[in-house]
Design a protein around this ligand. Structure first.
Ligand SMILES: Cc1cc2nc3c(=O)[nH]c(=O)nc-3n(C[C@H](O)[C@H](O)[C@H](O)COP(=O)(O)OP(=O)(O)OC[C@H]3O[C@@H](n4cnc5c(N)ncnc54)[C@H](O)[C@@H]3O)c2cc1C
Length: 500
C-alpha cells in the first residue's frame, strides 16, 4: 500500500470539498488555528457536486419567495414560524460571509453573491387568497418588512415583465416581491473558502476518494483513501471526522458503524433545469420567481424562473424537472441506492415506498415528459418563451432522508439533519434543503453537537464573527435593520434598510 496522504495524522479530517466541509473548515481555522486539518475530495476541484452553480438553483434561501416554507393550514391560515426560522438562519450565513470579506479572508463578494429580488407568483383564485394570507402573516415581521404584494398585472409586469407579457389580461394572478433577495454561486464560494483554507495550513487533497472509515483503538478514526488516477491507496488517522460527502455521506456513515447512523436510508431525486444564456432575454428578467408545487410534487420541486449570475455572466434558469436515478451523487454509481440498503433501514425504506405513491407517480410523470411538455411548463411562468432559446442541463442529485418512525415504520424527510456520534468524534450531514444557504447555521449546529466542551469557549469568537449570533432578529428590529445594512455593504448588495 502506497501512502499518499502527506500527513499520517490530523486533528480534523473533512471528507468532501463541497460548501459544507469548506464552511466547517473556515470555522475551525478561526476557532482553533493550531488544529491540523486535512480535506479529501474525490473530484479534481472543490464544489463540483451539488455545490456547483449549475447543479443547484443558487437561491439564497431566506423564505422570501419559497411558498413551501409556509404552507396553508386546513383552515387557510398561514404560520410564519418556519419562514422566520429560515430567514434568521440565512442572516447568519450573510453575517459570516461578510466577516470573511471584511477581513480579506476571501475575495470579492461579487464573485459569489448578487442581489436578485425574490418573488412568489401564483395563478387562480385559491392560490391568490393563500398568497395574500401569507403576505399578511409575514409582512409585520422585521425580516420581511420590505415585502410588497400585488394582484395588478401592470405592477407585476414592472417587477418581472416576462411573466406577464402574452398572458390573458383577465387571468387572476398575484405576486409578492422582496427586493433584498439574492442569487448565490455556491461553487465560487466553496472555491474561495478552500483557497483560504489551503493558504492557511489546511492540507487540501483533490482526486482522493475516502473508501473506508473504521474506529481506531484510541477512539479516533482510521480512514482508507484511494487515488483513482493511479490506483494508489493510503490511510490517515483523525481525532475528528466530518462526513461532508453530500450524497456520499450515507455510505460512509454506515461504514463507520456508529449507532446513530442506524435506520437511516436515502431517497435520491435527480433533476434537470432549463438554461437560457441569450443575453437579450436574460436582461429582461431580474428576479427569482417561485410558484406553487404541483400535486404530489416534493417541496423542492417547486417551479421557478430565476436570474442567475455565474462567472460574471447573467442568464436565466427554469425548473427543476424532477427525475429518478439510483445515484447518490451526480458523479456516483447506479449501485448507490441498492448498496445503501441494510437490515437496519429496510423497514423505513419499505414504509416510505408504500406511503409515497403520489411522489412516485409524480416522478414517473416528470421523467417521461417530452421537451415540448417541458416548454409548456415554462410557459406558465414565461408565456412567450420559445423552446429553442433554452437548453436542458442535468442538475445535482438530492438524497432525501428516510428515517425510522415509531408510528409509520419510516418517513421521508425533506430537510437536512446533522448526525453526531455520541463521543463527538464524528459528525455528518444528511439531506439537502434549505441546503447551501444555511451552511453556516448547520455547521454551527454540528460544532455544538460534536465539540460540546470547546463550544462554550467559542461563543465570544462566534459573536465577533456574527454579531447576530444567538439573537432573535425577529424580536430585535433595530439590530435586524443594522445588520441588513452592514452585510449589504460588505457583500456589495442592495440594502432595503436604507430605504425603510
Ligand atoms: C437540484 C438542486 C437544487 C438546489 N438548489 C439550492 C438552492 O437554490 N439554494 C440552496 O441553498 N441550496 C440548494 N440546493 C442544495 C445545495 O446544493 C446543497 O445543500 C449543498 O450544495 C450541499 O453541499 P455539500 O457540501 O453537503 O455537498 P456537495 O457539494 O455535493 O459536496 C460533497 C462533496 O463530497 C465529495 N465526496 C463524496 N463522497 C466522497 C468520498 N467518499 N471521498 C471524498 N470525497 C467525496 C463529492 O465529490 C462532493 O464534492 C440544491 C440542490 C440540488 C441538487
Amino acid at each position: 500500500m502506497t501512502f499518499i496522504s502527506k500527513t499520517p495524522h490530523a486533528d480534523v479530517v473533512l471528507i468532501g470539498g463541497g460548501i459544507m466541509s469548506a464552511t466547517l473548515g473556515a470555522f475551525l481555522k478561526q476557532l482553533e488555528p493550531d488544529w491540523t486539518i486535512s480535506l479529501f475530495e474525490r473530484l479534481d476541484q472543490p464544489g463540483l457536486e451539488s455545490s456547483d452553480p449549475w447543479n443547484n438553483a443558487g437561491t439564497g434561501h431566506a423564505a422570501l419567495c419559497e411558498l413551501n416554507y409556509s404552507p396553508a393550514a386546513k383552515d387557510g391560515s398561514v404560520s410564519p414560524a418556519k419562514a422566520l426560522l429560515i430567514n434568521e438562519q440565512f442572516q447568519l450565513s450573510r453575517q459570516f460571509w461578510s466577516h470573511l470579506v471584511d477581513n480579506s479572508l476571501i475575495g470579492s463578494p461579487k464573485g459569489f453573491i448578487n442581489t436578485v429580488p425574490h418573488m412568489s407568483f401564483v395563478i387562480g383564485e385559491d392560490h391568490t387568497r393563500f398568497l395574500k394570507t401569507r403576505y399578511e402573516a409575514l409582512k409585520p415581521h422585521p425580516l420581511f418588512r420590505s415585502m410588497e404584494y400585488s394582484e395588478d398585472h401592470a405592477q407585476i409586469a414592472k417587477w418581472a415583465p416576462l411573466i406577464v407579457k402574452g398572458r390573458d389580461p383577465q387571468q387572476r394572478i398575484a405576486a409578492t416581491r422582496a427586493a433584498e433577495g439574492t442569487d448565490v454561486d455556491f461553487g465560487a464560494l466553496t472555491r474561495e473558502l478552500t483557497t483560504y483554507l489551503g493558504n492557511n495550513g489546511v492540507e487540501i487533497n483533490y482526486g482522493h476518494d475516502v473508501t473506508g472509515i473504521t474506529r481506531a483503538s484510541d477512539g479516533g478514526w482510521d480512514l482508507t483513501l484511494k487515488y483513482p488516477r493511479s490506483g494508489e491507496h493510503g490511510k490517515i488517522h483523525a481525532k475528528f471526522v466530518f462526513v461532508g460527502a453530500g450524497g456520499g455521506a450515507l455510505h460512509l456513515l454506515q461504514a463507520s458503524g456508529i449507532p446513530e447512523s442506524k435506520g437511516y436510508g436515502g431517497f435520491p431525486v435527480s433533476g434537470q433545469f432549463f438554461r437560457c444564456t441569450d443575453e437579450t432575454i436574460a436582461a429582461q428578467h431580474s428576479a427569482k420567481v417561485y410558484g406553487q408545487a404541483s400535486v404530489g410534487a416534493p417541496p423542492m420541486s417547486v417551479p421557478h424562473l430565476d436570474t442567475r449570475y455565474v462567472n460574471g455572466k447573467r442568464s436565466l434558469l427554469f425548473g427543476p424537472y424532477a427525475g429518478f436515478s439510483t445515484n447518490f451523487l451526480k458523479n456516483g454509481s447506479y449501485l448507490d441506492l441498492p448498496l445503501s440498503i441494510r437490515p437496519g433501514n429496510i423497514i423505513p425504506m419499505l414504509a416510505v415506498a408504500k406511503d409515497n405513491m403520489d411522489l412516485t407517480a409524480y416522478l414517473v410523470k416528470e421523467v417521461v415528459k417530452r421537451h415540448d411538455q417541458k416548454v409548456e411548463a415554462l410557459r406558465e411562468y414565461y408565456p412567450e418563451a420559445k423552446g429553442r432559446d433554452w437548453e436542458l442541463i442535468t442538475a445535482g442529485q438530492r438524497v432525501q432522508i428516510i428515517k425510522k418512525d415509531p408510528q409509520k415504520g419510516g418517513i421521508l424527510q425533506f430537510g437536512t439533519e446533522v448526525i453526531a456520534g455520541r463521543d463527538g468524534s464524528i459528525g455528518a450531514l444528511l439531506g439537502a434543503s434549505p441546503g447551501a444557504s444555511t451552511a453556516v447555521p448547520i455547521m454551527i449546529e454540528l460544532l455544538q453537537k460534536t465539540f460540546p466542551k470547546n463550544f462554550k469557549g467559542w461563543q465570544s469568537k462566534l459573536q465577533d464573527m456574527m454579531p447576530g449570533y444567538g439573537v432573535k432578529l425577529d424580536e430585535n428590529p433595530d439590530l435586524a435593520a443594522e445588520l441588513e445594512r452592514a452585510t449589504a455593504k460588505s457583500l456589495q448588495l442592495e440594502s432595503v434598510s436604507a430605504s425603510h
